[in-house]
Design a protein around this ligand. Structure first.
Ligand SMILES: Nc1ncnc2c1ncn2[C@@H]1O[C@H](COP(=O)(O)OP(=O)(O)OP(=O)(O)O)[C@@H](O)[C@H]1O
Ligand SMILES: [Mg+2]
Length: 271
């Protein structure tokens, strides 16, 4: 024997995970029924999913498939009919009543919207600082943190500008700054590039990827656009209130075709 063990050589090459995946958000059996006089809508039907620390997950789905309803449930804007959510493995109890709902949102979620939702009378610095001001953070700390975020997002040049003096891409950078200023465990972005041109869309998506890769920011992104979904690690496909399929991006040229193909099947309801 010369001591060569082919099996051992193979085993040595298997990468050993250095850290276990940390669960940030777990959704367990969430259903939502909207009861109206004439009819009932089952907007979400027994949704289960887990989002891990530092992941970017895209949610795609046909119109009316339940995407916004889903975001509303996980951000305590609206209560599910059934099911629960867990944050870092612990059940988020009683989050659907005020003042708990606002507290839950303030502590755990940063929001980015298609239409930016900036305050027109405040300049860039103050728009970004707003969540900290509302949290009574000492002004010295606010100043330092805002400075850090503006530099990180390359918007410090426009610190004294008001939103109407900024381009769409610049506005979205400010909105992202405001969303991450409190270091929220989850960043929720609802069509964040829906109002932007192609080049600016790339810019903003690269920025989200850099937050995810460098700051381990967990991001949940809703989009209709398969190209946007290629920037995520994982795509969940919603249809008719259910998660019908998912896809792990390989970060290769094949991702876009694979996502388009899955989305077409989902949209036609071929299951
Ligand atoms: N407040 C409500 N009352 C009654 N029905 C509702 C309410 N909100 C949503 N729905 C219904 O629930 C279903 C899911 O709606 P939702 O807004 O979650 O879809 P979506 O996937 O976000 O669609 P879009 O891509 O068009 O934004 C739809 O049939 C919708 O009509
Ligand atoms: Mg919607």
């Amino acid at each position: 024997m010369n001591g060569f063990n082919p099996l051992k050589t193979v085993i040595d090459k298997i990468p050993i995970p250095t850290q276990r995946l940390t669960e940030v958000l777990r959704v367990e059996g969430i259903s939502k029924v909207f009861k109206q006089k004439e009819h009932t809508v089952n907007a979400l039907k027994n949704i289960h999913c887990t989002i891990y620390h530092g992941e970017m997950v895209a949610i795609m789905g046909t119109s009316g498939s339940g995407k916004s309803t889903f975001l509303n449930m996980i951000s305590a804007i609206d209560a599910p009919t059934e099911g629960k959510i867990l944050l870092f493995g612990e059940e988020a109890n009683d989050i659907y009543k005020e003042p708990n709902a606002s507290k839950f949102r303030k502590e755990n979620i940063g929001f980015v919207f298609q239409s930016f939702h900036l305050l027109q009378d405040l300049n860039v610095e103050d728009n970004i600082a707003l969540p900290l001001i509302l949290n009574d953070v000492p002004s010295k700390e606010i100043k330092a943190r805002v400075e850090q975020v503006m530099k990180q997002l390359h918007i410090d040049k426009w610190r004294k500008h008001r939103p109407h003096e900024l381009s769409g891409g610049q506005k979205q950078r400010v909105a992202i700054g405001r969303a991450i200023i409190t270091n929220p465990p989850i960043l929720l972005a609802d069509e964040p590039t829906g109002a932007l041109d192609v080049n600016t869309t790339d810019d903003i998506l690269q920025l989200l990827v850099s937050l995810q890769e460098n700051m381990e920011q967990t991001i949940l992104l809703v989009t209709h656009d398969p190209y946007v979904a290629t920037y995520a690690n994982r795509v969940l496909f919603f249809h008719d209130g259910a998660i019908m399929d998912s896809y792990h991006n390989q970060k290769t040229a094949e991702d876009l075709d694979a996502i388009v193909a899955k989305f077409k099947v989902i949209s036609r309801g071929e299951h």
